[in-house]
Design a binder for this molecule. Structure first.
Ligand code: ADP
Length: 377
């Protein structure tokens, strides 16, 4: 359906895309993943000529749309695009936002366009909002309207540019749910996303972009479980884990918790798991930093360079591991607090199925596996 050969895009002296080669077949769902700034959005925008490529060829159904100057409006009729920022017309109702394109560009009658729009609003779960204006909708609802508007143009392929990045975490899943449905119905889609779990579930193929090229591509199983190339491996390991450095007892607990929550959202961890992780950390860190009798220990942690937290999620085993580490000379993380009834230790033990403390390479590690690791959202 689409074939891209030696595509490059340069801004000034900066080559964002160097030599992109790819093929997308009808019915495929391609997720594009990779670090920020590696040209994923640029690649998508070059595909429907929102950006003019610097060189290369893009074939659509065998026709070279670049450099040969075909009418870009014709290309865009084949390819719908859903943006991060929705781009709805604020002064038009939901229905009018959706019917505008079909009436103006597809020359449909207003009645036909409205009939179709209502059908599509049902598909995205927003039939009752057809007379609402965008400012009356949540971000997730706006994005679903944007998807309906895109579908109203009857595209052969839809390009999604980080469709959930601008949304509150609570609204991500309603939008992903709609995209999932389209995938099931066989829509050809290319999706730039940071939602890895989603990319893994929904895609027929995953493109990992780095260094201005499609650095590695494969099935979700290949890319997420058995990446072959060095940078893909490093990226996959990084996104599966969350790191945070706690310098001293005055660290910003709220910021750390917010970042942990966001990591959990990305990996679709349930409420219970998030709650358990935060509680385990609070209890463990309190043992290190809090209470009069712990003062000397808090200072000791500072002397040992603080504490490094690594939270990692193994999709394969659906286990969540919490690792704390500090200098090897520090006392045990779980040392007795001197209280008879050591409630915090009981809490930690209750929420973990395995706790192991060890010294290795000049560091003291505490590894805990969450008891309730299975995805329960
Ligand atoms: P990604 O989607 O992978 O995060 P982008 O495609 O958005 O990456 O951007 C890749 C790089 O190109 C970034 O460094 C960005 O600053 C640069 N870039 C994108 N658009 C423009 C532009 N219109 N002018 C100059 N630089 C740009």
């Amino acid at each position: 359906m689409i074939k891209i050969e030696h595509l490059s895009k340069t801004y000034g002296n900066f080559a964002v895309l160097k030599d992109v080669n790819a093929e997308i077949k009808k019915g495929e769902v391609i997720s594009i993943i990779g670090p920020s700034g590696t040209g994923k959005s640029t690649f998508l925008r070059c595909l429907n000529l929102l950006e003019t490529p610097s060189s290369g060829d893009i074939y659509i159904d065998g026709e070279n749309i670049f450099p040969k100057k075909v009418k870009t409006s014709r290309i865009r009729l084949k390819m719908g695009m859903v943006f991060q920022s929705f781009n709805l017309f604020e002064h038009l109702s939901v229905l009018d936002n959706i019917t505008l394109g079909p009436v103006k560009l597809l020359k449909k009658t207003k009645t036909d366009a409205e009939k179709k729009a209502i059908e599509l609003l049902q598909v995205v779960g927003l039939a009752e909002k057809m007379n609402a204006y965008p400012n009356e909708l949540s971000g997730g609802q706006k994005q679903r309207v944007a998807i309906a508007r895109c579908l109203a143009m009857e595209p052969e392929i839809i390009l999604f540019d980080e469709p959930t990045s601008a949304l509150d975490p609570t609204m991500v899943s309603e939008v992903l749910g709609v995209i999932r449905r389209l995938a099931k119905e066989g829509m050809t889609m290319v999706i730039v996303t940071h939602e890895m779990r989603f990319a893994r579930d929904i895609s027929t193929r995953v493109f990992y972009m780095d260094e201005g090229i499609v650095y590695e591509e494969g099935t979700p199983e290949q890319i997420f479980n058995h990446p072959e190339k060095e940078k893909t491996k490093a990226f996959i390991n990084r996104i599966r884990s969350f790191s945070y450095h706690i310098g001293n007892a005055r660290f910003d607990l709220y910021q750390m918790n917010a970042e942990i929550e966001s990591f959990c959202e990305k990996h679709f961890l349930g409420y219970q798991q998030r709650h358990d992780i935060l509680l385990i950390l609070e209890e463990t860190l309190m043992r290190c930093f809090n209470g009069d009798h712990m003062d000397c220990r808090g200072k000791a942690i500072e002397t040992w360079g603080g504490i490094d937290l690594v939270l990692s999620y193994s999709e394969k085993n659906a286990t969540i591991e919490i690792q704390l580490s500090t200098g090897a000379g520090a006392a045990s993380f779980l040392q007795n607090t001197g209280q008879e009834d050591d409630l915090s230790l009981l809490i930690i033990q209750g929420l973990t199925e395995n706790i192991e403390e060890r010294t290795e390479d000049g560091k003291l590690y505490l590894n805990m596996i969450l008891r309730n690791g299975k995805n329960n959202q």
